[in-house]
Design a protein around this ligand. Structure first.
Ligand code: GLA
Length: 420
């Protein structure tokens, strides 16, 4: 009895030793694979997508997904708001840093949306919907009916309206997808129609105020050539307006490392849309030539930011829509940013007609970011590729109307590289 018990026990110990040994071998294999990162051939990469529980929002579990292209770049994305929480890319010496501003946990993002701070709502990394940027006076008229929205930015509706209506506050359904040479995260959300039109004086509308139930899908893909690609599609069951973007703030030297004034920016645009004091486009499409808005040739973000130009005074820096020079209707170069210190380069392509370049003007140092540093004015910049602000009220801007039977499509590419 005793002997056979010992035998069983030693068999178990032996089995355990074998399991541990094979785990170690797998780990060693993985280590040697990752040690091979210098090897940039597609056949040698081990792209992966993993997830971890990241708390709950409105009682719904939220995950943090890590997309790893197996070649030295990782991106973390949460299905709370589809937020890109970090983008980790090497510099010219292979030193990896997180170049996206954000928070270290879910509570940071929820508090950003619902707690009033001097910095305001930052929308770090998030999917913005149903209408990115501003709609003047929180209203627009479509097919003869006037719709009233939530006014959450003075009298404007900004980034979808009240936090409860914004797509960045929703828990999106998430499906990880492993492709042959890439990894993707598919996110879906159905945005219910708001209330029917009403005549002022108005109470806030029930829901978002927009007509039509919109079904949206955003697929994030991390590619082998260090690009984070975002493919947006949406359909509606009634005519509506739509404008979607991603609101990542970049600091190519690493988030929390200070200001971006010394980082170079090129914007592929000959003109921009000047704004009034409410940051609503005045309606004109004005040449950038001879103004601080001329980024056609790369220049440091800080070069003209303090120039005293009326438009820069109104917005406290850059917070404007550039009218992109487009070649055809597909993907087109929007902007290129370069950090001379680290060598990191960000190149952005878009299918959209405009880009909102925002220099983090409202960050006032009251938010502690991912690495424990505060974010202050000009510590990051956004390149929000999208339709022009207030398009529903501006007949000379490209249309943002989506009708039943049509499919809204929008692709954003943020590609990273280094310059020696
Ligand atoms: C956009 C707007 C800015 C600001 C930020 C969020 O970029 O254009 O004015 O509201 O979002 O803080």
């Amino acid at each position: 009895m005793h002997a056979s018990f010992l035998n069983r026990k030693s068999r178990r110990v032996l089995a355990l030793v074998l399991v541990l040994a094979s785990t170690a071998i797998l780990a060693a294999g993985a280590a040697s694979a990752s040690a091979g990162h210098g090897h940039r051939g597609f056949g040698h990469s081990r792209a992966s997508i993993t997830s971890q529980p990241w708390g709950t929002a409105d009682g719904t579990p939220v995950n943090l997904y890590t997309l790893d292209n197996g070649r030295g770049m990782t991106v973390t994305i949460t299905n709370f708001g589809g937020i890109v929480q970090s983008i980790n890319v090497p510099d010219r010496h292979g030193q990896v840093a997180n170049v996206a501003l954000g928070f270290s946990n879910l509570a940071g993002y929820v508090s950003d949306d619902y707690t009033t701070t001097a910095s305001g709502e930052t929308y770090f990394g998030a999917i913005i919907g149903r209408y990115a940027n501003r709609i003047a006076n929180g209203s627009f008229t479509l097919n003869g009916v006037t719709y009233y929205l939530n006014q959450n930015n003075g009298t404007n509706t900004l980034h979808g309206g009240a936090p409860v209506s914004q797509w960045n506050t929703k828990v999106w359904a998430a499906t990880p997808i492993s492709g042959r040479h890439s990894v993707s995260l598919e996110l879906t959300y159905t945005d219910p129609a708001g209330t029917a039109a009403r005549v002022p004086p108005m109470a806030p509308p029930a829901g978002n105020g927009f007509p039509g139930t919109v079904t949206a899908k955003v697929v994030y893909t991390l590619t082998q050539d260090d690009a984070l690609r975002m493919d947006y599609t949406a359909t509606t069951d009634a005519p509506t307006v739509i404008n979607l973007t991603n609101h990542t703030y970049f600091n190519l030297a690493g988030e929390g490392s200070g200001g971006v004034q010394g980082q170079d920016l090129m914007i592929n645009a000959d003109s921009y849309t000047p704004v009034n004091a409410n940051l609503i486009p005045e309606g004109g499409i004005v040449p950038v030539a001879g103004t601080p808005f001329d980024f056609r040739t790369a220049k440091p973000i800080g070069q003209d930011i303090n120039s005293g130009d009326t438009q820069l005074v109104l917005a406290h820096g850059f917070d404007h829509n550039w009218v992109l020079n487009r070649s055809g209707s597909g993907l087109s170069l929007a902007a290129r940013a370069y950090d001379p210190a680290s060598g990191r380069v960000l190149t952005t392509w878009t299918t959209e007609p405009g880009v909102q370049f925002y220099s983090g003007n409202f960050l006032v140092g009251d938010l502690v970011g991912t690495s424990g540093h505060t974010y202050r004015q000009t510590d990051g910049f956004t390149l929000e590729t999208q339709h022009y602000p207030d398009s529903p009220n501006q007949p000379n801007f490209p249309s943002v109307v989506l009708k039943p039977g049509q499919v809204y499509k929008n692709t954003i590419i943020f590609k990273f590289s280094v310059q020696k």
